[in-house]
Design a protein around this ligand. Sequence first.
Ligand code: RB5
Length: 145
Amino acid sequence: MKIALGADHAGFSLKEILAETLRQQGYGVEDKGTYGRDSCDYTDYASAVAEAVASGEVERGVLVCGTGIGMSIAANRVPGVRAALVQSEYQARKCREHNDSNILVLGARVTTTEMAELYLSLWLTTPFAEGRHRVRIEKLDKRKS
Ligand code: RB5
């Protein structure tokens, strides 16, 4: 599976750690930046990852900023993206089972590295439950954004 990663300056360190974890686990990693700690705009990296997911260049995306909120808002502007800000194990599972989340969003200033690794692992291994949840996400794609 190919996964695009993106972060702003606040999420840079956690993004580097998660990218290494994914590489070690055999995932293909497309690092869309940022590539350093200089202040930058989360919107640019959210767009790069969201567009890579929406176009099919990659199957999934992971975005990290300080709170996770800016990345969530920006990524969900792109049609076809279902970006989920995860702050609990329950949300990590349910955003896959119920929402078929294709982008995981993490807040580096509100989530420890250990919990971020756990959320990522749950998010990658939990399948979409289909059924009534498929009907609901199809309605998302029918509405005008
Ligand atoms: C950067 O200071 C911070 O605003 C950003 O990482 C993010 O939390 C925005 O939503």
